[in-house]
Each structure stands twice: as C-alpha cells, then as structure tokens.
Ligand binder design. Structure first.
Ligand code: FAD
Length: 108
C-alpha cells in the first residue's frame, strides 16, 4: 500500500490547491460537480481506514461539503483536515490562514 503520510501530504496539497482556485461564487452545476467529486473521492481514497473515517465525518449533516464558493469550500476543507489533525494528535491549523497558506503562498 502507499505510504499513508506521503499520500496524505500530497492529497492535502492537491485538495487545498483545488479549493484555492475554486470560483469565488460557484454555479449550481459547479456546486453539484464538487459535491460529487468529494463524495467519489471518499469512496476511492487509497487508504481504506482514512477513507472510512472521512466518509463517516462528511456524512454528518453538519459536515456535508460546503461548496457555494471558494471561501466556503476552503473553510470546509480546512475543517475536514483539522478533524484528521485532531484524530492524529497534531496541532489544529487556524483556518483564518488557509488562503495565505494555499493561495497566496508561504513556505513551510
Ligand atoms: P499534513 O497533515 O499532510 O498537512 C500538510 C500541510 O498542510 C501542513 O504542513 C500545513 O501547512 C497544512 N495544514 C495542516 N492542517 C491544515 C488544515 N486544517 N487546513 C489547511 N492546511 C493545513 N493519516 C493517518 O495516519 N490516519 C488517517 O486516518 C488519515 N486520514 C486521512 C484522511 C484524508 C482525507 C487525508 C487526505 C489524509 C489522511 N491522513 C491520515 C494523512 C494525514 O492527514 C497527514 O497527511 C499525514 O499524517 C502527514 O502529515 P503532515 O504532518 O506531513 O502534514
């Protein structure tokens, strides 16, 4: 199986980068597509126990993907990532800075 940490870092880079380029106001079609994308992502993420927990978290009514626009989606993804951070005992990321980290850019 793939290295779960390497896979995770690469996947978060990809997902947060997608959020950083998501339209500020998404059309209904784009919102539907993004909901489908995240749902399918959860079914095929190649770390089965990661995928199972992610699916369980995102199935809760309060955690369904927020896809109206970039701000909503970026925050939701940050919350999803923080859920994994908590589970792994890592520090939570301050979601006020998600765009600085993933759109405007800083190095870490
Ligand atoms: P990562 O958590 O990979 O983060 C990379 C960078 O993102 C950080 O350096 C930081 O700059 C930034 N960042 C951190 N938190 C946030 C945030 N909340 N919002 C925005 N940016 C942030 N691993 C497991 O061992 N068990 C699991 O069950 C598990 N489930 C996962 C589920 C999913 C959907 C994904 C994508 C990954 C999962 N992982 C899991 C992997 C795990 O999240 C980490 O990627 C891995 O532990 C490597 O961590 P890291 O410390 O290198 O930083």
């Amino acid at each position: 199986p793939p290295d779960v940490n390497e896979l995770g870092r690469s996947t978060w880079t990809f997902l947060h980068s997608v959020a950083a380029q998501y339209p500020e106001q998404a059309t209904p079609a784009q919102q539907d597509d993004m909901k489908s994308f995240m749902c399918i992502f959860g079914k095929f993420y190649p770390c089965w126990y990661c995928a199972a927990d992610f699916q369980e978290w995102s199935a809760k009514p309060e955690n369904t993907p927020k896809v109206a626009g970039r701000e909503d989606f970026g925050r939701w993804l940050c919350d999803a990532h923080n859920e994994v951070n908590r589970k792994l005992g890592k520090p939570e990321f301050d979601c006020n800075f998600w765009k600085e980290r993933w759109r405007d850019g800083w190095s870490d």
